[in-house]
Design a protein around this ligand. Structure first.
Ligand code: ATP
Ligand code: MG
Length: 307
């Protein structure tokens, strides 16, 4: 594999579904772009949760990304879905990739090579500060192409056994990608949908994750993302990033008296979450941790980490 995997590209993956991959991509992208850095989100999932539910974008149903993977067709991002935030939409057009990968040897199609080169071409024009790649559950052939494309890997997990065994499966795939020449590095594992009060349980999961990561050179992230179902519902129904939800909740509080007077008030207009600021602050500190781990990984490379 060529050493041209795009710098600052982070794949968010776990072979288990529903562990927070898309939520983390949307939240971190929202925070970094709101701070004035240019971000590209690549939605490499046929479900297109980041595209449609989290960011509220209609998209091209994954056609552009599918064409880039198959034919190195130039990537055309949907621009400024938020200030400083561009998106390569996901969707059902990515479903063909699995079938194509199965016959790639005969067809000579190089999914990984095509994605690396189209992303590098785009990056050479756009100079994004961060590229976040969301992946779907399962879909192993596409996942292997992504593990050969991104420079860094972030793995979210819940604390149940099924999610933790998803981490283990992914760790094996990650090691295989590296054996095949990918430069991808594990940034860490982040605990998602966790109960902040269950400190003993969280510590136990932390230790379990540390065991899983042994020898990988990575540690679990200190930040975990707290469970907040009301906020999770609002984020997706309203297509808001966590910081946008905090602003909407503050707005609702300010306008409460006005709304109580308003006889036309409809239930559907009310947010389910009263105070999403705890969840937003978890994402803020995860974002800080991700950026600082990226910075130190890059520093190691510069100072001769080309071992
Ligand atoms: N803080 C939270 N607490 C509880 N549930 C949450 C929280 N944030 C998001 N959720 C919900 O958890 C579910 C899974 O989240 P998400 O879609 O981000 O996971 P995923 O790993 O991307 O899933 P998939 O594998 O299907 O792509 C969603 O229904 C989402 O609304
Ligand atoms: Mg998802």
């Amino acid at each position: 594999m060529s050493p041209t995997q795009p710098p600052r590209s982070v794949l968010i993956a776990n072979q288990k579904g529903g562990v927070g991959k898309s939520s983390i991509v949307a939240a971190v992208a929202g925070m970094v772009s709101a701070a004035g850095r240019r971000v590209l989100v690549v939605d490499a999932d046929q479900q297109a949760n980041v595209t449609s539910s989290d960011l509220g974008v209609e998209g091209d149903r994954g056609k552009g990304l599918s064409m880039a993977l198959q034919y190195a067709h130039p990537l055309e991002p949907t621009r400024e879905v938020r200030p400083n935030l561009d998106l390569i939409p996901g969707g059902p057009a990515l479903a063909v990739i699995g079938a194509i990968a199965a016959t790639a040897a005969q067809s000579g199609m190089d999914l990984r090579g095509n994605l690396v080169s189209t992303l590098n071409d785009l990056q050479s024009v756009e100079h994004y500060d961060l590229i976040l790649i969301d992946s779907g559950p399962g879909d192993a052939p596409l996942l292997d192409a992504l593990l050969g494309t991104a420079r860094y890997l972030l793995v979210p997990t819940k604390d149940d056994d099924a999610s933790l065994s998803g981490v283990e499966l992914l760790a094996a795939r990650y090691l295989r990608a590296r054996e095949n020449g990918s430069l991808i590095q594990l940034l860490g594992v982040v605990l998602f949908d966790a109960n902040p009060r269950a400190t003993a349980r969280n510590r136990e999961v932390f230790e379990q994750v540390e065991d899983l990561l042994e020898g990988s050179g990575a540690a679990p992230f200190e930040t975990f993302i707290r469970s907040d179902r009301a906020a999770a519902v609002d984020l997706r129904i309203r297509h808001l990033t966590p910081a946008e939800l905090v602003a909407a909740a503050e707005d609702q509080l300010k306008n409460r008296i006005q709304r109580l007077r308003d006889k036309e008030k409809r239930l559907g207009e009310r947010l389910w979450s009263r105070d999403p600021s705890g969840l937003a602050s978890d994402y803020q500190s995860l974002t800080r941790e991700v950026l600082s781990r990226l910075a130190s990984a890059e520093k190691d490379e510069v100072s001769g980490g080309v071992a």
